[in-house]
Design a binder for this molecule. Structure first.
Ligand SMILES: [Fe+2]
Length: 297
């Protein structure tokens, strides 16, 4: 297995000569090691069917279907479909996902650590990227005063503001939808700082999209503190951007990273979101438990 470590970013590792469909147990264990070391692994030049993508997830851990079924691939429920195209004349997955900073499923009691993306259709004119905040580095370089405010704190994580209204929700008013989300997934709290179970390094576990409060702190005080925290971690020096190529399978560990979907125009400028001018896009995603806790003490 050949490894080409990304030179233009501080995180990420490209694996260029592995056919993941035929990989051995030793190679999967090597991928996991690289993942914990470099936070992101990109398998280049892959060509696999849906079932093989699911098998890859099983080889890396325990894949978990997303909690909302409207995101599922109709034939492969483990696959979360982010797409604005139709399949056989029917809606296929959910469009415009993940355009805000978040760690996947941080709003669950036991967040699913690993995410694996497999782009199927990449637009030609607005190239797709994923942006990542290195939360370990951000914690490391955080001003002492801000760090002290987070000492022994638990942050409240909640996905409700990012809920995508479904066809069956039509007719419900907003308060009913909010109640529904609350019943399905009440807010949870996780430590602000976790110790990565594989590396032992401390990392921050927070994101503007899903972190909505601080246990035991009033709303105003918590909002002010979280605002300064997000402004600090969203600085360019902590952010890396990876552009997708067809054939890429991008795997990352949500413990170390917050991420959001990005788009670049031909001139590499970010593209602003105009729903009406969107080109076709289709991405498969599977979330995977890696058998380790979110963090150790
Ligand atoms: Fe995501």
């Amino acid at each position: 297995m050949n490894m080409d470590i990304s030179l233009n970013a501080e995180i990420g590792c490209f694996i260029t000569d592995l056919n993941a469909v035929k990989a051995s147990a030793e190679e999967f264990s090597a991928i996991k090691k690289l993942l914990y070391k470099h936070k992101i692994v990109i398998l280049k030049d892959q060509n696999m069917l849906e079932q093989q993508f699911c098998d890859l997830a099983v080889a890396l851990g325990e894949p978990i279907p997303y909690l909302q079924e409207n995101y599922h691939h109709p034939d492969y429920p483990l696959i979360f479909v982010s797409s604005n195209v139709e399949q056989n004349g029917e809606k296929f997955g959910v469009a415009r996902t993940g355009g805000y900073w978040h760690s996947d499923t941080s709003f669950l009691d036991y967040p699913v650590a690993l995410t694996m993306l497999y782009p199927q259709i990449i637009p030609v004119n607005s190239r797709r990227t994923t942006l990542f905040i290195d939360l370990e580095k951000a914690l490391d370089e955080m001003p002492t005063e801000l760090k002290r405010c987070l000492d022994n704190r638990y942050l409240i994580q909640r996905g409700k503001w990012k809920y995508k209204v479904r066809e069956e929700d039509v007719g419900l008013d907003m308060s009913e939808i909010m109640m529904l989300i609350h019943q399905v997934q009440p807010p949870v709290s996780h430590p602000a700082v976790i110790r990565h179970p594989a590396t032992g390094n401390k990392t921050l576990f927070a994101s503007r999209g899903f972190t909505i409060g601080i246990d035991g702190m009033g709303t105003d005080e918590a909002n002010t503190l979280l605002e300064s925290l997000f402004d600090f971690i969203e600085q360019d020096r902590f952010i890396s951007e990876f552009q997708w190529q067809l054939g890429d399978i991008i795997i990352w560990d949500n413990r170390f990273l917050a991420h959001k979907a990005g788009r670049l125009a031909e001139n590499n400028d970010p593209v602003s979101g105009d729903i009406n001018k969107e080109e076709d896009t289709l991405v498969y995603r599977i979330i995977i438990r890696d058998g380790l806790p979110l963090g150790n003490k």
